[in-house]
Design a protein around this ligand. Structure first.
Ligand code: NAD
Ligand code: UFG
Length: 338
């Protein structure tokens, strides 16, 4: 059985679906601080399979110990975490406390119960700003520009150190680039609370009429059209990467390995606007605003290592990402609040 922490969230719910389809048994632990159990109800509906759900905080060692005692867990995917970059600047202690303690508690409870395999949600944000593109796993990390980034950087260090101390432990660190899109059924997707921080959910809400226009954060970058370039990856591809990581962890030598999970291709803000207009048949009005502090001009992944070692290659293109994001948004204009 696989324990999926944060499994009710955006990436977690899509991964639970893939795990169930892949024949794994799943138990989700989530404190629902940024999600609804409705996502898991819909995962069950799509797959016709059941999963276990425990409402608990991953920082609560007693509760986690009970989960490990009750279920026969042989691997963990650790999604649980706070993820809003701007909020992390306002509430650094909450971010360090939640994101680091959850990793520490998990490692302690895994050790107590003899569980040896973990996949961790890291982020491209751990890379320093002074690398050249594409980013590969050897590129410089650190010098993060916000507390959220530091929590991912520090969690990586914690997992590496734990693997050195316990040579029977296997940890797979996945550095995600920009996850977007939704399951093609339109039943599960991204449901941000309040004003979305990220581009694709913001664009979706403009297209559906919830917001008037998009503000493009700067059009004077050194990129083809002057707007920021990122490596957007369909959440379906990203979810599948977790299955590749789980099966890799079942076969590999113990230790800590890190992989970029992206497409290797960059798209600009205006590319996204155009692709979304095409997919939705709606206009996405936008205004050019100033740059957002901390943003880089261009970020995209080197994907060779994931391809060679995990056997992972993305399948979805930008058009499909926008089509599925729109399908979800138009069928669920208020997200899981229906
Ligand atoms: P999400 O907010 O939708 O999912 C995270 C889930 O974790 C939520 O369901 C939340 O309720 C839960 N959670 C948070 N703290 C918890 C705790 N202490 N105990 C139990 N549950 C807790 O976010 P997501 O986009 O699905 O991201 C999943 C993971 O991937 C996060 O760790 C995030 O930092 C990382 N990540 C996300 C992105 C992105 O752009 N979405 C990029 C890189 C990395
Ligand atoms: N952007 C806009 N307007 C908006 C929102 C975003 O123009 O309203 C632009 C940004 O300036 C950037 C691009 O759209 O050029 C993408 O921005 P996002 O906020 O969607 O994504 P980021 O690349 O800034 O960061 C995201 C996550 C981080 C994660 C990182 C991984 O928010 O948590 O991807 O690469 F670490």
């Amino acid at each position: 059985m696989i324990l999926v922490t944060g499994g009710a969230g955006f990436i977690g719910s899509h991964t639970c679906l893939k795990l169930l389809e892949g024949g794994y048994e799943v138990v989700v632990v989530d404190n629902l601080s940024n999600s609804h159990t409705e996502s898991l109800e819909r995962v069950k509906k799509i797959t016709g399979k059941d999963l276990a759900f425990v409402k608990a905080d991953c920082c609560d060692e007693k509760a986690m110990d009970e989960v490990f005692s009750k279920y026969n867990i042989d691997g963990v995917i650790h999604f649980a975490g706070l993820k809003a970059v701007g909020e992390s600047v306002q509430k650094p202690l909450e971010y360090f406390s939640n994101n680091l303690n959850s990793s520490l508690v998990l490692l302690r409870v895994m050790k107590a119960h003899g569980v040896k395999r973990l996949v961790f949600s890291s982020s491209a944000t751990v890379y320093s700003a002074d690398n050249t593109m594409p980013l590969n796993e050897e590129c410089k990390t650190g010098n993060c520009t916000n507390p959220y980034g530091w929590t991912k950087y520090m969690s990586e260090q914690i997992f590496r150190a734990a693997c050195v101390a316990d040579p029977s432990l296997t940890v797979v660190l996945l550095r995600y680039f920009n996850p977007v899109g939704a399951h093609p059924s339109g039943l599960i997707g991204e449901d941000p609370k309040g004003i979305p921080n990220n581009l694709m959910p913001y664009v979706s809400q403009v297209a559906v009429g919830k917001r008037e226009y998009l503000t493009v954060f700067g059009d004077d970058y050194d990129t083809e059209d002057g707007t920021g370039v990122r490596d957007y990856i369909h959440v379906e591809d990203l979810a599948r990467a977790h299955l590749c990581a789980v099966s890799y962890s079942e076969k590999s030598e113990p230790g800590c390995e890190v992989f970029n999970i992206g497409t290797g291709k960059g798209s600009s803000v205006l590319d996204i606007v155009k692709a979304f207009e095409k997919a939705s048949g709606r206009k996405v009005p936008y205004k050019i605003g100033p740059r957002r502090a901390g943003d880089l001009a261009t970020v995209y992944a080197g994907t060779e290592k994931a391809e060679k070692v995990l056997g992972f290659k993305t399948e979805y293109n930008l058009e499909q990402m926008c089509r599925d994001a729109w399908n979800w948004q138009s069928k669920n204009p208020d997200g899981y609040n229906k």
